[in-house]
Design a protein around this ligand. Structure first.
Ligand code: HEM
Length: 246
């Protein structure tokens, strides 16, 4: 079993065997400075950034108000690690399990990227729930922020859908049967349940069609919905400001 220290030192060893870390960081800093300086002298980026960030943090804000930001950071980690995983993952019944095994065992740092994607997904749900409890505890769901609370509820449902669709992707016995039960639950809903099951599975039973649909939902449909919801969420926070002290 790997522990965190083991993973950290493996990553450090892996990197330092291949590149001179100090020289590379110095080089990166010079290049960034050269690009930023050139852009700033033409576009006045510094002034625009200062204007955007010059919003004083109210005195009553404490660490409880960090959960939303941490959730967002975890979402960004999911985007980056998810994109890296798509470079090797194959969404077919024949290829899915083998590609996931290949990522974990043979691709350089594949175990780390897959592990990060797995644990950041769990942490994201936890942080989102803590964030929701903070908002509820502070009564920030009340007028005038009701709409933002509703957008938040949509974000919660989308996060659940990410977890549900992602679970099928390794195409193991566990993921197959979990998706079977999950889609069967939808079937229990009166009137719309039957059609919803067929739409989700791409037919009456779980097949390669289902895998294609879940993959499409996981990497395209849900990310697009999330970005739109986050834009609305942050736009409203910016417009209304953070709620006052209790
Ligand atoms: C991907 C998920 C989410 C992200 C990234 C996110 C991010 C944030 C951030 C950064 C803030 C600023 C204040 C703070 O962090 O406490 C905030 C505020 C808020 N969030 Fe979220 N949030 C998410 C999900 C939710 C959920 C699930 C709910 C409720 C169901 C919710 C409701 C609210 C409300 C009402 C505010 C305004 C709070 C205030 O003014 O005090 N959010 N969100």
């Amino acid at each position: 079993m790997r522990d965190d220290r083991d993973s950290g030192s493996r990553l450090y060893r892996w990197l330092s065997e291949r590149i001179d870390l100090t020289a590379t960081l110095g080089w990166l800093a010079s290049v960034t400075g050269a690009i930023y300086g050139g852009l700033d002298s033409r576009l006045e980026l510094r002034a625009a950034l200062r204007k955007a960030l010059a919003k004083p943090v109210p005195r009553h804000i404490n660490w409880l108000f960090c959960f939303g930001g941490i959730t967002f950071l975890l979402f960004l980690i999911q985007v980056v690690t998810g994109i890296l995983l798509t470079l090797y993952y194959r969404p077919t019944p024949e290829g899915a399990y083998e590609s996931v095994r290949h990522i974990s065992n043979e691709v350089s740092l594949g175990w780390l990227i897959r592990g990060l994607h797995h644990w950041a997904a769990n942490a994201l749900i936890l942080m989102m729930l803590l964030h929701m409890f903070r908002v509820f505890y502070c009564g920030a769901y009340k007028h005038p922020r009701e709409l933002n609370w509703m957008v938040g509820v949509c974000l919660l449902m989308v996060a659940m859908a990410f977890g549900f669709t992602g679970y099928l992707l390794p195409w193991t016995q566990l993921s197959y049967w979990a998706s079977n039960v999950g889609t069967e639950l939808a079937n229990a809903v009166p009137v719309v349940g039957g059609p919803a099951l067929v739409v989700m599975r791409g037919g009456p039973v779980i097949t390669g069609e289902t895998l294609t649909r879940f993959y499409s939902a996981h990497v395209i449909i849900l990310p697009v919905i999330t970005v739109l919801l986050l834009a609305a969420h942050f736009g409203m926070i910016r417009r209304q400001g953070i709620s006052g002290p209790l």
